[in-house]
Design a protein around this ligand. Structure first.
Ligand SMILES: [Zn+2]
Length: 277
């Protein structure tokens, strides 16, 4: 039995510039029909649980809809992409949403110093980093208030900032999942030491630098994920969906040199322990 520990089940539409004629299986569309089919295709392949992440405030109205689906573990938060907006307004939106509908975790929150930084001057870059950090801190606070783990996007170039903020805000009290880790391998041990889990997807099983991170992470701290539907598989060229956690799990088992069942059983235990379901 497999688990996709990070998927955007209810998602904002894929930007049209990513549409390519060669893609097999079509472009994901966030209709309820597509979503139900995506979940049922995954289930047929043994993916019985999916951690559904709603991290764009535009998608908050669909949180209730997600809660009505079976075997979905609910995570909600405000992505760093929204950091330049009116943060106090976004935070109160989030608070209102989780009132009486407590999620299993707060996320994805965190930092990424690559996307959206291209055309900025140094001052603007500093401002954007500060805005992201501020939003990250505020949401750690919310997770602590409701005593739920955080789901952290640790993107490109964030290096020590993630670790520093986690320490300063004592986020280790609630723990969490480090998702999409793209930073230095030197910081992995610090995050492991604070009790965090690392969640690995398609890219981690392909890039040499990221494979090292999988090797460094003990089985007891590994989670498997797809981050659906935002990544493209190279061959066959298609959008990665929750069902693809099967092939991702096989790759990870290979890298860890363990039997697939040993890996998937351990991943399920890890996920249950973290998200308490
Ligand atoms: Zn994500």
């Amino acid at each position: 039995m497999y688990i996709d520990c990070h998927a955007h089940v209810f998602f904002t539409p894929i930007p049209t510039e990513r549409i390519d004629d060669d893609i097999i299986g079509g472009i994901p569309t966030p209709t309820i029909g597509f979503i139900n089919e995506m979940i049922s295709n995954a289930r047929k392949k043994g993916v019985n649980h999916i951690v559904g992440v709603i991290s764009n405030p535009k998608d908050f109205p669909r949180y209730q809809e997600q809660m009505e689906l079976e075997n979905i573990i609910h995570v909600i938060g405000i992505s760093r992409n929204n950091a330049p907006q009116d943060q106090s307004q976004l935070i109160s939106l989030l608070q209102k949403e989780i009132e009486g509908k407590i999620p299993h975790g707060i996320g994805e929150i965190g930092l990424d110093y690559l996307y959206g930084f291209d055309n900025l001057n140094e001052n603007e870059k500093t401002t954007l980093k500060k805005q992201q950090q501020e939003l990250f801190r505020k949401q750690i606070e919310i997770a602590k208030e409701i005593d739920k783990p955080i789901v952290v996007h640790a993107g490109y170039g964030v290096d020590k900032d993630i670790v520093d903020i986690i320490k300063q805000e004592q986020a280790q009290d609630v723990g969490g999942q480090i998702h999409g880790y793209m930073s230095k391998k030197e910081l992995v041990s610090e995050l492991l030491h604070m009790g965090f889990y690392f969640s690995f997807g398609y890219l981690h099983t392909r890039e040499e630098k990221l494979k090292k991170i999988i090797e460094l992470t003990p089985l007891e701290r590994i989670l498997t994920e797809t981050d659906s539907p935002y990544h493209l598989m190279e061959s066959p060229k298609k959008f990665i969906l929750p069902e693809d956690v099967v092939s991702i799990s096989k790759e990870i088992a290979g890298l860890k040199e363990v039997n697939l069942e040993v890996l998937t059983n351990q991943v399920m235990r890890n996920a249950r322990e973290l998200f308490r379901f």
